[in-house]
Design a protein around this ligand. Structure first.
Ligand SMILES: NC(=O)c1ccc[n+]([C@@H]2O[C@H](COP(=O)([O-])OP(=O)(O)OC[C@H]3O[C@@H](n4cnc5c(N)ncnc54)[C@H](OP(=O)(O)O)[C@@H]3O)[C@@H](O)[C@H]2O)c1
Length: 320
């Protein structure tokens, strides 16, 4: 039987996820939950989803759903995930996992206490390109990794009440796209750095519109990272080792891997969001409570790093 997804929220990324599911043979979007019936119905019509709920609570309680994808703004990830986990539903929650580590800990605690699957939707690490890059680095293809560079900046139109700029919705570049760069350093250089430092420019709503940071790892490895929501950057990952280099252009939705100037393209299926959906189904159907690709401790550690960077800039959200 197909793995039956419930989609919580009907925004931009929910649409992408629903499209991604169409590329998965043994998965289907069965239900959608919204704050309004009209929005649930419109989303259901577009994506041919039969069960449409006018509240998130009704989606969480839907017995025909095998897992729920939480796609609301960051500030709601904890509340929405806790509700689904409490109802016993496996959860794939969008990045950043939560507003801060304390919220993420509440989510992980609930999942572990209830014995329910939970995973952060850091889809990039589920991509075949990134899995290959990780395997190459781990098998020593570039010697010892010493220096990692990663940037993720894009230019969004300014909208003080939109989720990218509104502090109440967890606005700012670090939580929206900087989290990808932190994940790359975490994955390729070995977890939590010994030291982090960074500078941010905070715009008129008070959130970080751009920032740049450096991490130092215990073995002397360095990560040079940046993120922005008002400045387009190259969006490139490069890992420099003692015996070579790996680069991934447009690393957050990668299609190509460059090893010492030799380029390898990957034949990918779907729009990329299908890979994280497949990973969740594989884990849940195999009785796993978390994914080895995206373990919950990694989500907690990454949230802790994000907290440390924000603390350095004095950036607190209204919920904190
Ligand atoms: N993985 C990726 O590539 C990727 C890309 C973009 C975004 N994201 C993540 O996905 C999350 C959502 O981003 P998005 O761009 O899809 O946002 P969006 O277009 O604004 O959609 C968010 C949805 O959340 C629901 N919602 C509930 N309370 C809300 C509130 N107070 N204000 C606004 N919306 C509210 C709404 O659905 P209903 O009206 O149906 O309730 C809304 O459509 C963010 O955490 C973001 O970091 C991930």
């Amino acid at each position: 039987m197909s793995f039956r997804w419930g989609i919580l929220g009907t925004g931009a990324i929910a649409r992408q996820f629903a499209e991604g599911l169409e590329a998965v043979d043994d998965a289907v979007a069965t239900a959608v939950g919204s704050r309004s019936q009209a929005s649930a119905d419109a989303f259901g019509d577009t994506h041919r989803i039969p069960r449409r709920h006018a509240t998130y609570a009704d989606l969480a309680a839907d017995p025909e759903v095998d897992a729920i994808y939480v796609s609301t703004p960051h500030s709601l990830h904890m509340e929405n995930s806790l509700m689904c986990l409490e109802a016993g539903k496996p959860v794939l929650c969008e990045k950043p996992f939560a507003i801060n580590r304390a919220q993420a800990e509440a989510m992980v605690r609930m999942a572990r206490e209830r014995g329910v699957f939970l995973m952060e939707a850091m889809w990039t690490l589920c991509s075949p390109v990134m899995r290959r890059a990780l395997a190459l680095v781990r098998e020593g293809a570039i010697g010892e990794p010493r220096l990692l560079e990663c940037d993720f900046g894009f230019r969004a139109p300014f909208d003080a009440s939109g989720r990218l700029f509104d502090p109440a919705l967890g606005g700012g570049a670090l939580l929206d796209v900087g989290v990808y760069c932190v994940y790359m350093a975490h994955a390729f250089l070995g977890g939590v750095p010994a030291e982090t430092t960074g500078l941010a420019h905070r715009g008129e709503t008070g959130v970080d519109e751009q920032s740049a940071w450096i991490f130092r790892y215990p073995g002397g490895e360095l990560a040079v990272l940046s993120s922005a929501v008002r400045t387009e950057t190259r969006q490139r990952l490069a890992i420099h080792g003692t015996d070579g280099r790996i680069e991934v252009p447009e690393f957050w939705h990668p299609t190509t891997l460059i090893q010492n100037d030799r380029e390898q393209s990957f034949a990918l299926i779907g729009n990329g969001y299908n890979y994280e959906a497949q990973e969740v189904a594989r884990c849940v159907q195999g009785g796993r409570l978390e994914s080895e690709l995206l373990p919950l401790d990694a989500s907690l550690e990454v949230m802790g790093i994000l907290d440390d960077l924000r603390a350095g800039w004095g950036l607190k959200y209204p919920v904190e």
